[in-house]
Ligand binder design. Structure first.
Ligand code: S6P
Ligand code: ZN
Length: 192
């Protein structure tokens, strides 16, 4: 038996970044191609290909059962057409793995959908601790004016299934309507 050495990573609350991250992922609009419902608006914005979000990985170990992964996500403010910037969204490859999101800055929504067709949207601003139960697909959306930052803590072996959402889309969308965030059904959503 080997025992993992305890460690601390510092989260920069203003920027949303992790100091000395293990890995940084940057997602531009081109990495999310086809996910925004308004294809014309997406094609238009692809010309400047904005940076939509970044993920700072803090956990420095293996994807082993029993360990916890953690990372911060910062989503920049902005829209494609009237749809707010969001993360790709995924199910966990090991579907029975849950996850906790803790909001550090800004505001937005955690959108979730279960395999039997239920949808759920949790509002998050600094201090919100939101739970993603096993089997629910999840995506976060920045509906505010500043960066939306949260810490994610998850079983290190949860893994990612991006394919289902890439193929079917997400059931609900957050769009700006009369100057406010509104949850609407995705006209392009198909359920496999
Ligand atoms: C991992 C967790 C988050 C996301 C991150 C980016 O289980 O849910 O760290 O990976 O918010 O979202 P996505 O959908 O691009 O992985
Ligand atoms: Zn996840």
């Amino acid at each position: 038996m080997t025992y993992k050495t305890p460690f601390t990573k510092w989260l920069e609350l203003e920027s949303g970044k992790v100091k000395d991250p293990v890995l940084v992922q940057q997602r531009h609009l081109s990495d999310l191609k086809g996910l925004f419902y308004d294809a014309e608006a997406e094609a238009e914005r692809l010309r400047d290909n904005p940076l939509i979000y970044e993920v700072y990985l803090a956990y420095d170990g293996e994807a082993q059962e029993g360990q916890l992964g953690y990372s911060t996500t910062l989503i920049y403010p902005g829209k494609v057409g009237d749809e707010y910037f969001f993360t790709k969204g995924h199910y966990h490859a090991k579907g029975d793995r849950a996850e906790l999101y803790y909001c550090l800055k800004g505001e937005g929504y955690l959108l979730m959908q279960s395999p039997n067709g239920a949808v759920n949207a949790q509002f998050m601003s600094a201090g919100a601790g939101s739970y993603v139960p096993p089997y629910w697909g999840h995506r976060t959306v920045n509906t505010g004016q500043e960066r939306f930052v949260f810490l994610a803590v998850y079983p290190a072996d949860a893994g990612y299934d991006y394919g289902t959402i890439a193929e079917n889309g997400f059931a609900s969308l957050m769009v700006e309507k009369d100057g406010k965030a509104a949850l609407v059904s995705n006209p392009n959503f198909s359920r496999s």
